[in-house]
Design a protein around this ligand. Structure first.
Ligand code: 2P0
Length: 333
């Protein structure tokens, strides 16, 4: 199954004509509390397991996409023109290729991302989610969010979770064409929930998450236990969210992240995103927790940690981690 087959099914040639010249949208970044790690279909970014994330409020991507009279696409990120042979430009152009009605059709993408792009905050997720909504506006598709999340997934798996504010679940699905692999908003809010960003390194990662997850699937002896772990974690996490049981919530999120990293460590060759400072920070978090401060962490494909805590503990968390950047996902913005 090809991406273009999914496009045909969902858009049915609706992208051929438009009277608009541009479309604009915002999409929030998201952090997985139960991770997406491994694909059952590489072409369509279909995951082995479901996953669950929380959005990051006003942190994300504002994107405008325009039709232009030019011989090639133009990509601007944070006021900087991006050379078209860079990795990020190639991925965006390949995604735009899916929506061109002819080879003469060219786009300009202008994106402003207000999160540190180097901090492992899945900036690609909010970029593709904002872009697909901007394209929906440009071409007047008027697709619902579920279908937009299927299209966003074709750009980057985790992008399908960036179509909503709040807790979002991405259903793995079983179908070969991935029409049942979409995200949806969970009906829960948690106004006091805080996410703290601890940036340990802003250096480029040694291996992309795309490559790392595939290497893990193909070579890790522990990967076969991952789907079972996710199944339990997803159930417990949803219970913890529904009952606002913070200790249960934090401990499942932290354990899920560590299990993902354990599966990478047992890949061949091994993948280890942690730096000595990452480990030192983990010990500090565990020490504080043992002393009675309810804080937990999650970690994605990079050395940086994201802390989970409640509003009542903000001052103490700031005192312990003065460099922390705090986001309240459910604060109105
Ligand atoms: C997640 N990550 O659930 C996991 C946890 C990183 C660690 O989704 O190949 O950029 O584009 O589908 O979405 C990062 O992977 O991968 C990711 P592709 P993506 O947030």
């Amino acid at each position: 199954m090809k991406k273009s087959d999914v496009i045909k099914t969902l858009l049915n040639h609706r992208y051929v004509y438009t009277e608009n010249t541009s479309g604009s949208a915002f999409a929030p970044a998201n952090i997985a509390l139960c991770k997406y790690w491994g694909k059952r279909d590489i072409e369509l970014n279909l995951p082995v397991t479901s996953s669950l994330s929380v959005s990051l409020g006003e942190k994300g991507a504002h994107t405008t996409v325009s039709l232009i009279n030019a011989s090639e696409d133009k990509i601007r990120i944070n006021e900087e023109d991006i050379t078209l042979d860079t990795q990020i430009a190639k991925r965006l152009i390949e995604f735009l290729d899916l929506f061109r009605s002819n080879t003469e059709m060219h786009f300009a993408i202008d994106t402003k991302i207000n999160i540190p792009m180097s901090a492992g905050l899945a900036s690609s997720a909010c970029s593709f989610a904002a872009l697909i909504q901007a394209l929906d506006q440009l071409f007047s598709w008027q697709l619902d969010r579920i279908n937009l999340s299927i299209l966003a997934r074709l750009g980057s798996g985790s992008a399908c979770r960036s179509l909503w504010d709040g807790f979002v679940k991405w259903h793995a699905g079983k179908e070969e064409d991935g029409m049942d692999s979409f995200a949806e908003l969970l009906p829960y809010e948690w106004p006091h929930l805080c996410v703290g960003l601890l940036v340990i390194s802003d250096q480029p990662k040694p291996i992309s998450s795309r490559e790392a997850m595939q290497k893990t699937v193909n070579t890790s002896c522990y990967y076969k236990s991952w789907p079972e772990k996710v199944k339990t974690d997803l159930e417990v996490l949803q219970e913890a969210i529904a009952s606002r049981d913070f200790d249960l919530f934090g401990s499942v999120a932290e354990s899920n992240a560590l299990a993902m990293h354990a599966s990478m460590l047992t890949a061949n060759p091994p993948i280890l995103y942690w730096l000595p400072e990452t480990v030192a920070m983990m010990h500090q978090i565990w020490k504080k927790r043992a002393e009675g401060l309810p804080i937990y962490f999650t970690q994605d494909a990079g050395p940086n940690l994201k802390l989970l805590f409640l509003k009542t503990d903000i001052e103490q968390v700031k005192k312990t981690f003065p460099e922390i950047k705090i986001i309240m996902p459910f604060e109105k913005h």
